[in-house]
Design a protein around this ligand. Structure first.
Ligand code: DC
Length: 245
């Protein structure tokens, strides 16, 4: 019988990424997942999918108010999940097995996502799914409450920030790419309102976990921030390996 190896192979870890909108969370999360061959889970997409579900089921009135009681009753029917695009490997959110990714990346759904994400029962339902998805390890998850609520024991937690004006400029360029021209002041005002909402809402407001590493990417390129995050992954993996020995 061969002798027992002295060191155990390094196991995959979980990576939690939180931060304000337009900080580049999904860019970093996708790049990390690609490099490490981990699964990427975009929790914002899950709340967007619930907003889309509510709209399709007639649970949103003409003023944009959500019928919370019936949405809560319908939560078991939503069956939020993720499918992998076989060509690109991209992760796509689905409802009852139907990919809804192309329908959720617009302002109407973003507004509904913000509303439904403030309903306690919706959050509980999503967080149970998210925790299940994290059980196997090797997951990169981004959102607002990942390091604090969903994966408080993630081996690596990253809290992303960037100068507000730089974030607004990035958002303006992103909107331009979608054919929406908006002046910088309007983009910045909307961003300030969203940030205020994220930090001050009652249910799971955006907070930096105590043991999170701060990644301020104001002056970093996508490549530089990936290199930094990979260095942290390396450290976190070796710390885990050392602790387990
Ligand atoms: O990151 P995003 O814009 O796709 O998120 C959509 C909405 O969901 C946004 O209002 C913030 C909210 N959200 C949340 O409450 N908790 C998360 N873990 C992720 C997103």
């Amino acid at each position: 019988m061969p002798p027992e190896p002295e060191t155990k192979p390094i196991q995959p870890i979980n990576i939690a990424i939180d931060g304000f909108s337009s900080c580049g969370k999904s860019t970093l999360a996708k790049a990390l997942a690609r490099e490490l061959h981990y699964r990427y889970l975009d929790t914002g997409a899950m709340y967007r999918a619930i907003g889309y579900f509510a709209l399709n089921k007639g649970l949103v009135d003409k003023d944009g108010n959500v019928d919370e009681a019936n949405l809560i009753l319908s939560l078991p029917d939503t069956q939020v999940g993720f499918a992998i695009d076989p060509e690109t490997g991209a992760s796509m959110v689905s409802l009852a097995g139907q990919v809804v990714e192309p329908f959720i990346r617009n302002l109407h759904i973003a507004t509904l996502a913000s509303k439904v994400s403030q309903i306690r029962q919706v959050r509980d339902h999503m967080q149970i799914l998210q925790k299940q998805m994290a059980e196997e390890k090797g997951v990169v998850m981004d959102g607002r409450d990942i390091g604090t609520v969903v994966m408080p024991r993630a081996e690596l937690k990253i809290f992303m920030t960037a100068e507000p004006s730089v974030r607004a400029q990035r958002r303006q360029i992103e909107l331009e790419g979608q054919g929406k021209i908006m002046d910088l002041k309007t983009v910045l005002d909307q961003q300030i309102a969203r940030d205020f909402e994220d930090v001050n809402r009652k249910e799971d407001p955006l907070r930096q976990a105590e043991d999170a590493r701060i990644l301020d990417n104001t002056d970093l390129t996508a490549e530089q921030q990936l290199a930094l995050a990979l260095y942290w992954v390396h450290q976190a993996k070796h710390k885990e390996c050392f602790l387990k020995k």
